[in-house]
Design a protein around this ligand. Structure first.
Ligand code: ADP
Ligand code: ADP
Length: 238
C-alpha cells in the first residue's frame, strides 16, 4: 500500500531560490527510502515541505499525498495533527531541536498531550516506555538536554518522533553531528524501531553508503531534482 506519494513537488523560497524542482517520489507502508545528494541539492527542503515546516512566504506546488490526503491542501489544525500522528521528523543536531530549559521527559510528553489525546498520567507512562524503547533509563526523563550526551539527545529526538505513533518517520541527517561509533548505534536504533513498528522511513543523508545499508530504495537528488531512483543496492553500485 502506498503511504506517501509526492507528485511534481516544487519549492521556491521567498528570496527566489528554487530549491526543489518537480520531484516525484513514492513510498510504500513499512518501506525505507533513502534520499542522497550533495549539500544544497534540496534534501532538507523536501523534508520540511512534507510537514509544511517551510518559512512563511515559501511557494510550494504539486501534491504531497500522505495516506491519500494532500498535505498541501490541509488546514493548519490538521497539519499540526499530521505532524505528529501522521509523520514526524528527527532533525540533525538534537541540541538545537530540543528546548534547553525543559526536561526531556516533558518535551517527549508534550506532543502526546497536545496531539495524542492522552491525559497527564497516560502521557507520563508512555514517555517512560518511549525512553526505554530508545535505550534510555526512565529516570533520564528528569534530565535537561545539556545533561545528556549527543547520542542520548538524539535518542530523545527519536522518542519524540515516535511519541504519537506516526506512520512515517523522516530522519534528516540524524547522525551527522555525532561521533562515528555513536552514528552506527543511532542508525541501527532507527532502523530497528521502524522495522519493528512497520513504519515508513525517509532517511536523508549525504552519505550514500549509510543509506544503502539502511534503506530499501534510494533516490539521488541534484540541483532540486531526483536524478536517479531505484532499489538501494542497484543505485549504490551504479
Ligand atoms: P540540502 O538539505 O540538500 O543540503 P537544502 O534543502 O538545505 O539542501 O537547500 C537547498 C537550496 O535551498 C540551497 O541552495 C539553499 O541555499 C537554499 N535554501 C535553503 N534554505 C533556504 C531558505 N530558508 N531561504 C532561502 N534559500 C534556502
Ligand atoms: P505550534 O503548535 O505552535 O503550531 P508546531 O506544531 O509548528 O507548533 O511545532 C513547533 C516546533 O516543533 C516547530 O518549530 C518544529 O521544529 C517542531 N516540530 C513540529 N512538528 C514536528 C515533528 N513532527 N517532529 C519533530 N519536530 C517537530
Amino acid at each position: 500500500m502506498t503511504l506517501l506519494e509526492v507528485r511534481d513537488l516544487t519549492v521556491t523560497y521567498p528570496n527566489g531560490a528554487a530549491a526543489v524542482r518537480g520531484v516525484d517520489l513514492s513510498l510504500d507502508s513499512g518501506s525505507k527510502l533513502g534520499v542522497a545528494g550533495e549539500s544544497g541539492c534540496g534534501k532538507s527542503t523536501l523534508a520540511l515541505a512534507l510537514l509544511r515546516l517551510l518559512p512563511a512566504g515559501t511557494e510550494v506546488g504539486g501534491e504531497i499525498l500522505l495516506d491519500g490526503e494532500d498535505v498541501l491542501k490541509m488546514r493548519w489544525g490538521q497539519v499540526r495533527a499530521v505532524r505528529w500522528a501522521g509523520a514526524s521528523i528527527v532533525f540533525q543536531g538534537a541540541m538545537h531541536s530540543l528546548n534547553p530549559v525543559h526536561r526531556v521527559g516533558d518535551q517527549i510528553a508534550e506532543p502526546i498531550l497536545l496531539h495524542g489525546g492522552a491525559g497527564a498520567a497516560a502521557a507520563r507512562k508512555r514517555t517512560g516506555e518511549l525512553l526505554e524503547q530508545v535505550g534510555l533509563p526512565t529516570a533520564r526523563a528528569r534530565a535537561y538536554p545539556h545533561e545528556l550526551s549527543g547520542g542520548q539527545r538524539q535518542r530523545v529526538m527519536i522518542a519524540m518522533a515516535l511519541a504519537c505513533d506516526p506512520k512515517l518517520v523522516i530522519a534528516d541527517e540524524p547522525t551527522t553531528a555525532l561521533d562515528v561509533m555513536i552514528q552506527a548505534q543511532i542508525l541501527r536504533l532507527i532502523e530497528q524501531l521502524v522495522s519493528e513498528q512497520e513504519l515508513g522511513l525517509i532517511m536523508i543523508s549525504h552519505d550514500l553508503a549509510v543509506l544503502a545499508d539502511t534503506c530499501d530504495r534510494l533516490a539521488v537528488m541534484y540541483a532540486g531534482r531526483v536524478v536517479e531512483e531505484g532499489p538501494a543496492r542497484a543505485v549504490y553500485e551504479d
